[in-house]
Design a binder for this molecule. Structure first.
Ligand SMILES: NC(=O)c1ccc[n+]([C@@H]2O[C@H](COP(=O)([O-])OP(=O)(O)OC[C@H]3O[C@@H](n4cnc5c(N)ncnc54)[C@H](O)[C@@H]3O)[C@@H](O)[C@H]2O)c1
Ligand SMILES: O=C(O)CC[C@@H](O)C(=O)O
Length: 323
């Protein structure tokens, strides 16, 4: 009997391949090579992606056998869930597999920006021992503003509270006493922007959140404020951010994600007060093993017609956008 074809379009942990079992035929394609992807998906019963591959309506239409798309990670802005649902294709992600890694990355970038770690390290490797130039700021006693108090936002709050930061948050969808229990003050976005010494966004990329932090928002911030984005490019408008950084309206930024990835030619890459990483929030062995295993298990269940935990086809109030 012919086994169902599982097409892996982004680099996944070997644990994912193990968890798929022996009853499938595994094929690989570079999902960023559009022509190769559209050809390979034609025979696929399942498609496995991370954030690098766009599983949009064109890909889904090119895949007449497709039953399931597995997203090893949280964000669904690269998967057209509505088109998949219309085509009867189940979509499943791994909503908790990489949240600790993403939160730790956020803390790392906060600290790196506050203490100029990459800039000072780079200068030293170039032979320059410049201690006063890289004087930083302490986090203790400072206000951390978290925009989007979901799974990752809460983990960041817990960790940065241990550094002595006062945490305030904006999230109109948070209900209940969770924030109070954690000592987090919920507030409005404008209040957060005017009070925060560090602002970190932990939102899905949706029509509502794209450009949420734009020129107006940045104008409200303290000139000493730092902005961190380990969520999705475009939630902080990059052109407005570059303008604010150049004008000294804010002190610095740390970015793991970009409107276009890779962000070739972005002015943000040329600014000294910007710390950047190439979308590494989920890139730990632990997170990738969990994400790979969980998504493979979901795909194996879907191919058997069994119920799948973490299926996301149901309408969501903040369904991620393909914009
Ligand atoms: N850099 C990385 O590698 C990496 C890794 C994991 C996740 N992410 C990104 O981080 C995002 C957040 O992940 P999460 O697990 O915390 O998701 P989550 O769904 O648990 O939390 C998102 C929060 O945002 C809130 N929200 C939605 N729209 C909002 C709005 N307009 N204003 C304010 N708050 C709003 C929701 O109420 C929710 O509490 C993901 O969608 C993904 O895009 C990035
Ligand atoms: O590892 C990746 O592909 C990044 C995933 C991350 O951005 C997510 O949304 O889970």
């Amino acid at each position: 009997m012919k086994h169902p074809v599982v097409l892996i379009a982004d680099p996944l942990s070997p644990a994912a391949v193990d968890a798929l079992g022996e009853d499938v035929e595994i094929r690989h394609v570079d999902g960023t090579d559009r022509t190769a992807l559209l050809a390979a998906v034609r025979d696929a019963d399942a498609l496995l992606v991370r954030s690098g591959t766009r599983a949009d309506a064109e890909v889904i239409d090119a895949a007449p056998r497709l039953k399931v798309i597995g997203r090893a990670g949280v964000g669904l802005d690269n998967v057209d869930v509505a088109a998949a649902t219309r085509a009867g294709v189940l979509v499943a992600n791994t909503p908790t597999a990489n949240i600790v890694s993403a939160a730790e990355m956020t803390c790392a970038l906060l600290l790196a920006a506050a203490r100029n770690v990459p800039q000072a390290g780079h200068a030293l490797k170039q032979g320059s021992w410049e201690r006063s130039r890289f004087t930083g700021v302490e986090l203790a006693g400072k206000v951390l503003g978290i925009v989007g108090l979901g799974r990752i936002g809460v983990l960041v709050a817990e960790r940065m509270t241990a550094f002595g930061m006062k945490v305030i948050a904006y999230d109109p969808y948070v209900v209940g006493d969770r924030a109070t229990e954690l000592g987090i003050e919920m507030t409005g976005l404008d209040d957060l922007l005017t009070r925060a010494d560090f602002v970190t966004v932990h939102l899905p990329r949706t029509p509502e959140t794209i450009g949420l932090i734009g020129a107006d928002a940045l104008r409200k911030a303290k000139p000493t404020a730092y902005f961190v984005n380990v969520a999705r490019g475009g939630i902080i408008d990059e052109a407005a951010l570059a303008d604010a950084l150049r004008a000294g309206d804010i002190a610095g930024a740390a970015l793991d994600v970009f409107e276009t990835e890779p962000p070739s030619g972005s002015p943000l890459l040329t600014l000294d007060n910007v710390v950047v990483t190439p979308h590494l929030g989920a890139s730990t062995y632990e997170a990738q093993e969990k994400a790979g295993t969980q998504v493979a298990e979901s795909v194996a269940l879907a191919l058997k017609g069994a119920p799948v935990p973490n299926a996301v086809n149901a309408p969501s109030p903040y369904a991620e956008s393909m914009a």
